[in-house]
Design a binder for this molecule. Sequence first.
Ligand code: MN
Length: 712
Amino acid sequence: MKAKTIDYKTLKNKLEKYLEKDELEQIDSAYKYAKEKHKGQFRKTGEPYIIHPLQVAYILTSIKADKETIIAALLHDTIEDTETSKKDIEEKFGENVARLVDGVTKINNINVSTDNEYLTSYYKKIIVGMSEDVRVIIIKLADRLHNMRTLYALPHEKQKKKAKETLEILAPIAHRLGMNKIKSELEELSLKYLKPEAYNDVVEKLNKTKAEREEYVKKMMDEVSDLLNKNGIKHEIKGRAKSIYSIYKKLDKGRSFNDIYDLLAIRILVEKEQECYLALGLIHSKYKPIPKRFKDYIAMPKTNLYQTLHTTVIGLEGNFFEIQIRTYDMDEIAENGIASHWAYKEQKDAAVEMQNITEQKLQFYKSIIELKEDKLTNEDFMYKVKNEVLNNNIYVYTPKGDVIELPKGATPIDFAYKIHSAVGDKLTGAIVNNNMVPLTYELNDTDVVKVITNNNSKGPSREWLNIVKTTGAKNKIKSFFNRTTKEDYINRGKELLEKALRRKKIPMSEFLKEENLERIYKEFKLESLEDIYLNIGNNKFSTKAIIKQKNEAENHEETKPKLAINANDSDILVGDTKNIEVHIANCCLPLPGDEIVGYITKAHGIRIHRKDCTNIELFEDRVVDAKWNKDITNKYNSEVIIHTNSKENILVDIVQVASSMGITVENVNLIYKSSNNVYSVDVLVKDLETMEKFITNLNKIKHVNDVERIMR
Ligand code: MN
């Protein structure tokens, strides 16, 4: 049960493998210093206290921690538990080491009485400690790992409390930092103390099947190794123990032990990225892969920078084998994450490099910084860290395949702001898995999300503050509104109104007439013209509502009874995305060859209008680029009006012209019977070119004066 005890010599043997001689001398003196300071102190396990910092340093050698980190690990409890000050350490071991020890101490040293307060401010310090130097949290993780290994010495109640805390906060942080080896051990130890029965159940089941599994794995490894050797791919191949905790989680979700196919697992290490794919191809050609189990985390790394190819194949005797393929470099990152940067000796300042990568590439870190800036109470801060950042996450993809990490319940607005505040500010619509969705849509794991932005967008709506899930999005929306002053709103409102009036060809003087303004003041509970501008400018009322004209795109479409044929989704590109669900607008009935735009409606996804359709002018900020695809198979509705100079019926001639051209006539009506008959013709036609020829040919019919393709 007891962890293996090591002495300083064991630690030093490890350190000698990767540190310089002068560095080792400084570590020697740090060890002596710590030993002296902790003299006469004992741990709950009964061992001399120095064993603990020694073990923490030893754990850190497994990730090749730098000299400063090792020294800080040896000294990490001196400020807290002995008469040593930060200044003492700074004088003896330098500023960096002192800062690290102080950081770790701050995390531990909390003097609040109630449990809840204790926990929240404790957690907050861990998290904030990380923002100063990621090495602080790495030392803390090693410290916690050793404490978990020796948890047996504590009373049950304390064991459970530590285990829960480890599972909720420290293991997820290790995971986000990519430190998989430490994460797995933390999870396993937590489970052991939190749910001993479940833990023992998994261990027992694994033991019972061990011999058999090992035999299969060994044979499979030999076969795969042969295959790769024959094809000249240099590699190493390993059997891989599945983590007890991950098996427990699957069993907990109701899966049966025999079903968990990744119980038989192997890992292949190669030198170059290209060889990963080569090896995968060879394996798939020999063993049948299981559909949907292949994942390319090389092309699409996880948010903690993990890269590997995953596949599951039917291997020996029909058994499922989970196979992972990666390079040695990827392996280092997969095991040690951010800490792997210590392993690359040529990087002179690995600590600086690690901090940079943490800040720039790890999304959870940015989220934490955003929370930190939000002046929350300790409770709220921790609630959000636990629920928004570290747990309950979903992973969605950009169209390029980048992974974005968001909390459950996040919307396309959260997604847009996570990409960039400028993207969020100009957001007008979102396409999820090729379907137009409302901005309130709740994203799901693995959704592919494309946002539609428009440079004419007036900015976010205040309503979004009630919709978004992430603190980051909320802060960015608030900051947009803070940047905009009242005066800006008034100016913008005035501009928007003038523009809208020009479009509707209503003179400003008409709008400013006393009776019109009175009507508006009354209807919208406003008091002055300035008030009108302000409320248009801040998006409270639309110019449409204020000017109150009925003839706008959506109303118009709803009043027209007949529906245009729906576009084949692949016929139209919205932005540069294919296969988005679109509808053809009934008012202008665009044909392939017409210049088109997409118009984001409130309830019916994207409608495709002709670019010059008069119904869309008013709503510029809801318009997105659209174009026809090259290969179009569908035919589309169009409508022409034929004016004649005779009361002679020419219906038969019209139908003949159409059928001679392969145009489907849906409907022909004599709509105005007089000495000058007028006909309306609905057709299905391939494209604009055909339509134009059709009009030319109709014009050749006797008595025809004029043919017009119409736009309502
Ligand atoms: Mn400690």
